[in-house]
Write a protein of this length. Structure first.
Length: 295
């Protein structure tokens, strides 16, 4: 809130300075109509001052917005780390204090394992975001069958959320779809996209993933489509920025760090590909298209 007030203050301050500069310039013109040289110098200085002011204001507003996003990120990461730890602690204390029946005990172990998975997942995301920032990171590039990479990503997400086979439908791509890339990184891409598709869908989730050859077999488009909450069109580009989360109720209720898509985009670009998001609007599902070069 305080930051917002500071932003408004600097915006008003910038606008006042612009008005002052315009007044100065008009006065200058009136006083020096005949002195053309001075007039020209005045106009040039005026243009310089105005440009400087505008750049300064844009910079300030951007910095404030970024720092707001950092705060939100820290909050969500802390929350993501604290909740599973608190849950594991509770179950361990119960197991220590009481004599729990074997059936319940095994149920407790399952919950604790799911919590450790969640912890590992968060730590892995933060680490990958750091790694994605390194320009010269070594990639373990090899020839990969796209079908196998997609298949393993689907399996990981299915078991993470204990999903029915019918929730995620993978249209098996033909065998000749080979790509050059780092298997671990590419799996991270599709796991992240499928994970989001599950997270941002409310009821009766249906997700499809399929590959289509493009540009005379030089490229492949992989489409991941869901019938979830959708994305408003002004947000379609912003969601790929680090720490950015769409400011709506579902995002607040859903756990996340705003890092997933930034990691995804960085990996795809390192593989010479592109990614874009499409959605007909809120409540109407989303489609993510990943384009990669074929071997
Ligand atoms: P996180 O999921 O951790 O918040 P991401 O970078 O993966 O971070 O996603 C950024 C934002 O994009 C999400 O907070 C969400 O608002 C939006 N988003 C991503 N995928 C989807 C999807 N399949 N459907 C609707 N919204 C999505």
């Amino acid at each position: 809130m305080r930051r917002r007030k500071t932003a408004i203050f600097f915006l008003v301050f910038g606008i006042c300075l612009c008005i002052l500069a315009v007044a100065l310039n008009v006065g200058w013109i009136l006083l020096n109509l005949r002195e053309v040289v001075l007039l020209v110098i005045g106009i040039v200085f005026f243009a310089l001052i105005i440009t400087g002011l505008i750049l300064n204001t844009i910079f300030l507003v951007r910095e404030i917005r970024r720092s707001e996003q950092h705060d939100a990120f820290l909050n969500s990461v802390t929350h993501e780390l604290k909740t599973p730890i608190a849950s594991i602690k509770l179950y361990l204390e119960t197991l220590k204090r009481r004599d729990v029946e074997p059936e319940r005990r095994s149920e407790f172990y399952d919950i604790m394992l799911a919590d450790t998975d969640r912890l590992l997942n968060t730590v892995e995301q933060v680490l990958s975001a750091g790694r994605a920032g390194e320009k010269k990171r070594q990639m373990n590039v090899e020839k990969l069958e796209l079908g196998a990479v997609l298949g393993s990503a689907v399996e990981i997400v299915r078991s993470r959320y204990h999903l029915d086979e019918t929730v995620i439908r993978l249209t098996e791509p033909p065998n000749d779809l080979s790509i050059l890339g780092d298997e671990g990184d590419l799996r991270t891409v599709f796991v992240n996209l499928l994970d989001n598709a599950v997270k941002y869908s409310k009821t009766d989730t249906k997700i499809s993933i399929r590959a289509k050859k493009r540009a005379m077999n030089k490229r492949v488009d992989i489409l991941i489509r869901d019938n979830g909450i959708g994305i408003p069109s002004p947000e379609l580009k912003r969601i790929f920025k680090r720490f950015y989360r769409v400011p709506n109720e579902t995002a607040k209720e859903t756990k996340g760090t705003g890092l997933g898509l930034a990691i995804v985009r960085s990996i795809i670009e390192k593989h010479g590909g592109r990614i874009k998001a499409d959605s007909k609007g809120e409540g109407r599902g989303s489609t993510f298209v990943v384009q990669l070069p074929l071997v």
